[in-house]
Write a protein that binds this ligand. Structure first.
Ligand code: ATP
Length: 357
């Protein structure tokens, strides 16, 4: 078990492109940190610098308080599980899993014992003599994990390990990874661009954007209290709704002139954005007080348990997506009166930062 500390970690590629702009992050013993963000935000670069596959341009990386910036990958005691599994095709499952141990000069009996124990843990006991091509995608993924586990490293790094699996297997494997990581008590950093995977796996979530950390914290904290509009829009499916607001006579007004009674004030004339999640818009009862939005349903997406209604406010271009009950009798063209609790409002300033309410 290990702690990781990243201090103002920077990565500048030889062509001058800066992919990491000084990342600060502490990872506690046994913690599973998930790094999430859109394509190109620097997730893989960050993971590769931790593994030692990319040099660090500036800042410091320590493992258990020891600086490792200059250490080769093999000297860092870190194991990485890759997206494409990177298995040796000509070796058996047992050969793949034991390869690193054999290379380290560990006695044959000990290698066999550790491979067998890890295979048992992963349900691979019956498959040890097979070649990778004789395995399903999920089994290959397990072998790739087994190869990392058998080394008993201080830190595990996962680079989108589930992206080659179908949707059902992804759900199963992400539960397995979570269970294994907790059972083994290992420190892990996991990269994905899938926000559902990120939310369900993480002890703490790191949302990256353009080479810097937008926000770091427990998944539900980031979901309920996103620090920036970027985080708000990245977490949640369908995404949060955003409506432009202007402060007017002590209240706020939408561009189509609708006044909203919201529990905060903005300086007169100041523009901001109101964010409301689709599940927080509800149909207004006849007795509802406060903000009521009259919308027209333009499209419906039945999802089974839920139904998504794509609606518009008169005079506004923005979609307002509403999560309705799957059994709702809504139809296209229907008018809905919507309301929302002030407690579920998110307000972001012109720079996209959360405004305290
Ligand atoms: P994805 O989800 O698409 O894998 P990512 O968040 O993992 O994206 P990185 O692969 O870390 O992103 O890339 C971050 C940025 O650094 C991108 O703009 C990319 O073009 C750039 N980049 C990556 N590798 C190099 C390189 N060797 N030289 C120059 N720029 C690079």
């Amino acid at each position: 078990m290990a702690t990781l500390q990243l201090t103002r970690l920077k990565k500048r590629y030889p062509n001058g492109f800066v992919a990491l702009h000084g990342v600060d992050l502490s990872v506690a013993e046994g913690e599973l940190i998930v790094i999430v963000g859109p394509s190109g935000c620097g997730k893989s670069t960050l993971l590769r610098t931790l593994a030692g596959l990319e040099s660090i341009s500036d800042g410091e990386l320590t493992i258990n308080d020891r600086r490792v910036n200059e250490l080769e990958p093999a000297e860092r005691d870190i194991a990485m599980v890759f997206q494409n599994y990177a298995l040796y095709p000509h070796m058996s499952v047992a050969g793949n899993m034991g390869y690193a141990l054999k290379n380290r000069g560990i006695a044959k009996d000990e290698v066999r014992r550790r491979v067998a124990a890890t295979a048992e843990l992963l349900g691979l006991g019956e498959l040890l003599e097979r070649r990778p091509r004789q395995l399903s995608g999920g089994q290959r993924q397990r072998v790739a994990m087994g190869r990392a586990i058998v080394r008993e490293p201080q830190v595990f790094l996962f680079d989108e390990p589930l992206s080659n699996l179908d949707a059902k297997l992804r759900v199963q494997m992400r539960l397995e990874i979570r269970r294994l990581q907790k059972r083994l008590g290992v420190t892990a950093v996991y990269v994905t661009h899938d926000q559902v995977e990120a939310m369900t796996l993480a002890d703490r979530l790191v949302v990256m954007n353009g080479g810097h950390v937008e926000q770091c914290g427990e998944p539900m904290t980031l979901y309920a209290q996103p620090a920036t509009r970027f985080v708000a829009s990245f977490l949640g499916s369908p995404a949060m709704n955003f409506l432009p607001l202007t402060a007017h006579q002590g209240g706020v007004v939408l561009p189509n002139g609708i006044q909203l009674a919201l529990p905060f004030t903005l300086p007169e004339g100041r523009a901001a954005t109101l964010g409301i999640r689709p599940e927080h818009l509800c149909e207004a009862a006849s007795t509802t007080e406060g903000a009521i939005l009259e919308v027209t349903v333009e499209m419906l997406e039945p999802l089974g348990a839920d139904m998504l209604a794509y609606t518009r406010l008169p005079g506004l271009d923005e979609w307002l997506v509403v999560r309705l009950d799957g059994a709702h009798a809504a139809h296209e063209g229907q008018r809905l009166s919507l309301t929302f609790s002030p407690a579920h409002c998110h307000v972001f300033d012109a720079e996209g930062r959360r405004v305290a309410m």
